[in-house]
Design a protein around this ligand. Structure first.
Ligand SMILES: *[C@@H]1O[C@H](CO)[C@@H](O)[C@H](O)[C@H]1NC(C)=O
Ligand SMILES: *[C@@H]1O[C@H](CO)[C@@H](O)[C@H](O)[C@H]1NC(C)=O
Ligand SMILES: *[C@@H]1O[C@H](CO)[C@@H](O)[C@H](O)[C@H]1NC(C)=O
Ligand SMILES: *[C@@H]1O[C@H](CO)[C@@H](O)[C@H](O)[C@H]1NC(C)=O
Ligand SMILES: *[C@@H]1O[C@H](CO)[C@@H](O)[C@H](O)[C@H]1NC(C)=O
Ligand SMILES: *[C@@H]1O[C@H](CO)[C@@H](O)[C@H](O)[C@H]1NC(C)=O
Ligand SMILES: *[C@@H]1O[C@H](CO)[C@@H](O)[C@H](O)[C@H]1NC(C)=O
Ligand SMILES: *[C@@H]1O[C@H](CO)[C@@H](O)[C@H](O)[C@H]1NC(C)=O
Ligand SMILES: *[C@@H]1O[C@H](CO)[C@@H](O)[C@H](O)[C@H]1NC(C)=O
Ligand SMILES: *[C@@H]1O[C@H](CO)[C@@H](O)[C@H](O)[C@H]1NC(C)=O
Length: 543
């Protein structure tokens, strides 16, 4: 038994199992029927006999596509929107048979479900529709006894439909193969073997294409049907089914068209011009356009429900006429920029609405970044600053632009750091308030080593622009006053001596230096020491 078509059935949440009392087939029961619900095996509700072998019939409600067309049913794919119907399967000789289902509006008889068709190809340039909706997805399911319609891609007359325009699904099989759209002379370099292109021109009046690919023209319009064929290959022939006896037909007159446009013109079309118009080439290859004259009017634009701020321009509201919309600056158009009055008497779309341009809202969750002005409507700004000690990268002011984006990215704030200060030679850093990194406001202090004097500031601070308040100091060597030499004096007499300073030693009366020092006096060295200890003045009698 094949239950495969049950797989597309969406069974209601609770399965109702009912035993058909007294009709049990005592010899052989059936196994669990193995229903799948959305692809998952369904087990019977608890409390209900799971022993299927004692059941001869299972009834259950199911949502499934009706075998007969259901009016106003929008869904293409069977869905839980489909009406609920009672179905049953029967146990016959150990096998489940069915299901049979009651027609939702039928006489209560149980009938087999017939298979749906799967559309497994969408040929190029062919437009297939089901219930007036264009089929866009491969593997769309069409229920039994439903039809799809086929037409060629627009502009009409540029492809020829080879095959029927209506296909019927009958128990999983299409009434005929999916038709193909054959390119016409416009696409084939005017080869004689292709059907002629038929171009439609409406120099005055209006026209539109209906959902079956037919041309619908407003009465009183002027219509040209141009059959594209190379004149040197011979003259095509126009034929028609409308009631009119004759139409003006012949090669176009203009220099650039006269060799390839065989034109049929209808001036001030009237209702009796409705019919099909066929252009046949000398080789007998034809292409057809169907024409319907209809004085359709859509709702006038001003009477429509128009959004505030919406501007429109429309030449009228007749079949084929278009209304154009726009919004003032600071608003954007949501919806179509233009709508056309369709042969159905409806506009091709609802009119659009004007929506105030808004940029994505900004919320700052970074304590370093401060938003000081904010409005995210068109033309307004968001202005930022950074917390003290931080500097901004990016723009501090960003503007909401017409396309609902901000002119620049939200800026970021980074900590301002001063460079590690240079420690002076022969000096040390005695205090650093933030040794790892020198943030704004941090202070470092220096001192100089022994026999060195600090030149500059002993402490410097990291400033808001990332520089130190002062350059680090430097340590300059100096020699200490060496003390009074015994029995003598030194010149000059200072607390500190700079490197290179020389001492002149004079002895008291009666004392002399053991060695004269005029030639090489004690000198203050670059490391702050004296070149040699002060000599002593000794009694001249001891020399
Ligand atoms: C079946 O699947 C559809 C789509 O995934 C879901 O909407 C629906 O709720 C499911 N039905 C049940 C009974 O789980
Ligand atoms: C098929 O559909 C047609 C028209 O839509 C209807 O009249 C007919 O009864 C249906 N046939 C079956 C077998 O359901
Ligand atoms: C359509 O169905 C066929 C066969 O089941 C599968 O191979 C293919 O991937 C399906 N295509 C899409 C688009 O789902
Ligand atoms: C589809 O084909 C079936 C069987 O060939 C036929 O009974 C039914 O009337 C057709 N339905 C339509 C809508 O053409
Ligand atoms: C059409 O004809 C022109 C001139 O003969 C040639 O250059 C061109 O390649 C042809 N194009 C195609 C698609 O055959
Ligand atoms: C167009 O050509 C097809 C196939 O050659 C033919 O069956 C059909 O009758 C022709 N149509 C007209 C209106 O001549
Ligand atoms: C109508 O609007 C569509 C987009 O919605 C655009 O592609 C098309 O060019 C417009 N037509 C005219 C005549 O402005
Ligand atoms: C932003 O600016 C618009 C236009 O000026 C104004 O209408 C709106 O009230 C402002 N929004 C805020 C939150 O200030
Ligand atoms: C940093 O700021 C100080 C004081 O505000 C100023 O004297 C100094 O020139 C600035 N340095 C730089 C590199 O801008
Ligand atoms: C200072 O320099 C002199 C000569 O270079 C050297 O002899 C002496 O040891 C140095 N003194 C100190 C304390 O480094």
């Amino acid at each position: 038994m094949d239950l495969s078509y049950v797989l597309i059935v969406v069974i209601t949440k609770c399965l109702l199992f009912s035993a058909a009392s007294g009709q049990q087939d005592k010899s052989e029961g059936c196994p669990s029927p193995g229903f799948t619900l959305n692809g998952t095996i369904v087990v019977p509700r608890s409390g209900i006999s799971p022993d299927f072998s004692s059941l001869s019939e299972v009834k259950f409600p199911a949502h499934l596509p009706s075998p007969s067309p259901v009016n106003d049913e929008k869904a293409i794919v069977p869905s839980s929107d489909a009406p609920s119907r009672v179905c049953k399967i029967k146990c016959i000789a150990g096998q489940w048979v069915g299901p049979l289902c009651q027609e939702s509006n039928g006489d209560g008889r149980f009938q087999p479900i017939l298979k749906s068709c799967i559309l497994d190809e969408l040929p190029p340039n062919v437009i297939l529709s089901f219930k007036n909706q264009i089929i866009l997805e491969l593997n769309t399911t069409i229920p039994h006894n439903h039809t799809i319609s086929a037409r060629c891609q627009e502009p009409i007359g540029t492809f020829k439909l080879n095959g029927p325009s209506i296909l019927n699904c009958s128990n999983g099989v299409w009434s005929s193969p999916i038709p193909k759209c054959q390119p016409t002379t416009l696409f084939t370099n005017y080869t004689e073997n292709s059907p002629p292109t038929i171009l439609v021109r409406v120099p005055s009046g209006s026209a539109a294409v209906d959902q079956n690919g037919g041309l619908v023209v407003f009465p009183g319009s002027i219509l040209h049907l141009e059959c594209l064929y190379l004149r040197r290959h011979g003259d095509p022939v126009w034929t028609w089914t409308s009631e009119a006896e004759t139409y003006l037909a012949g090669w176009a007159i203009g220099n650039e068209e006269r060799n390839w446009k065989y034109r049929l013109s209808i001036y001030y079309v009237k209702h009796f011009d409705s019919g099909t118009f066929t252009c046949t080439t000398p080789r007998g290859i034809n292409n057809t356009i169907s024409l319907r004259i209809s004085d359709i009017h859509c709702k006038p634009v001003p009477s429509m429900d128009l959004s505030l701020h919406l501007n429109y321009r429309a030449s009228g509201h007749r079949l084929g006429q278009t209304a154009y919309f726009n919004c003032p600056p600071g608003f954007f158009l949501k919806g179509p920029a233009n709508i056309t009055c369709l042969p159905s008497g409806e506009w091709s779309n609802e009119p659009p609405v004007c929506i105030m341009v808004k940029c994505p809202p900004i919320s700052v969750d970074d304590s370093r970044l401060i938003m000081i002005e904010y409005n995210n409507t068109y033309g307004k700004r968001a202005v930022f600053k950074c917390a003290w000690g931080f500097q901004m990268s990016g723009e501090n002011s960003i503007q909401c632009m017409e396309d609902s984006t901000w002119s620049h990215q939200i800026p970021t704030c980074t900590e301002i750091l001063c460079p590690t200060p240079v420690i002076p030679l022969n000096g040390i850093l005695i205090e650093d308030s933030a040794p790892e990194k020198h943030v704004v406001g941090s202070v470092v202090q220096f001192s100089c080593g022994e026999r060195h004097q600090m030149i500059g500031k002993a402490s410097i601070m990291c400033m808001e622009n990332g520089t130190w308040s002062h350059s680090p100091p430097y340590c300059k060597a100096r020699c200490e006053y060496p003390g009074e030499p015994t029995n003598g004096r030194i010149i000059p007499l200072k607390f500190w001596y700079a490197p290179g300073d020389k001492l002149k030693i004079t002895c008291l009366t009666g004392y002399v230096l053991p060695l004269p020092t005029e030639a090489s006096p004690p000198v203050c060295l670059n490391n702050g020491t004296w070149s040699f200890p002060l000599p002593k003045c000794i009694q001249y009698t001891n020399v």
